[in-house]
Design a protein around this ligand. Sequence first.
Ligand SMILES: *[C@@H]1O[C@H](CO)[C@@H](O)[C@H](O)[C@H]1NC(C)=O
Ligand SMILES: *[C@@H]1O[C@H](CO)[C@@H](O)[C@H](O)[C@H]1NC(C)=O
Length: 319
Amino acid sequence: MWQVAWAVALAAVLCLSLSGSAQRADLCPDGCKCYRDWLNCSYAGLAAPPGGPWPAIDTLWFAGNALAAVGDAFFAQLPALRNVYLDENLLPSLDLAAFAQVDALRKLRIRDNLIAEILAPPAGVQFDALIELDLTNNSLATIDAGAFLPFPVLTTLYLNDNPLTFPEGRPLLAHPQLAYLYAARTRAEALSAETFRDTPNLYELSLTGSGVPRLAGAFRHLHSLAYLYLQDNVVTAVDEEQLPAGGRLRWLDVSRNTLVRLRPTALQDALHAGYVYISDTPLACACAFEDLYRWAKEDKTWLTAYCGGAYDFCDFHKA
Ligand SMILES: *[C@@H]1O[C@H](CO)[C@@H](O)[C@H](O)[C@H]1NC(C)=O
Ligand SMILES: *[C@@H]1O[C@H](CO)[C@@H](O)[C@H](O)[C@H]1NC(C)=O
């Protein structure tokens, strides 16, 4: 008898949980998937977000759709958004006025769009929560130095893979809070002592593959800089008084440059017990870094100097 009761109870539980999930599915818009406070409407062929309101949704995935504009209506139904992913859409500009409706916006990712322009928000509008903005692989050729001032707590900015030309003799950006700046595969030929003047608190900076010909004093005053990625450029020398003074640098990568000169005296006031990469440069391949090798050993700095995949090719390694 208890077996029957048990089966009935089990059926009731199953029934309840089935109707529960059916209800959640009803609430989820067509073409989207819903999980707690997430809405995933990616790759659904949508040109606009689902009608709402969705007052509890804090994360919207909207990649791979046909969004060509973020109008005022876009966020009206999604007032609690904190994280927005709009990768692989067709946005031609970043119109900040529309985003100003989502007060709690913390992270905004718009990779792989066609953004060529950043339109400033109305005067006085600030994004007090936005800490990360990712504009990787867009069409930005120039950026107004003050473009990111409406984001007072922005710490991380991705500008990789944009045809961005660094302005000659002027700061790239004015943003005292910015700590992480990724500008790989841009056009950073015109570095100068002014380039990072107004972003003095950078901690990690990537200019990988950006045509950098010389350091030009651009990093000297970045006293918080710990990670500097300069691989795949055309730097021929890292000289004295070019790296940040103060010894906070932990990581310097100048692999795959046309580097012929990097003496210990260029590093010793910038970096201690850190990591230095000079692989696949004329300096490494000609074994012309014995002084650096000895300094690094003494300083407990990890020096990586491969040449065409080989490491132990220089005589002083064996001595
Ligand atoms: C969102 O849905 C798309 C399409 O089904 C899927 O490819 C993607 O992995 C999902 N993303 C997340 C974060 O769940
Ligand atoms: C960059 O974005 C375009 C679409 O705008 C896409 O076709 C291309 O594959 C992306 N490139 C990379 C390296 O992801």
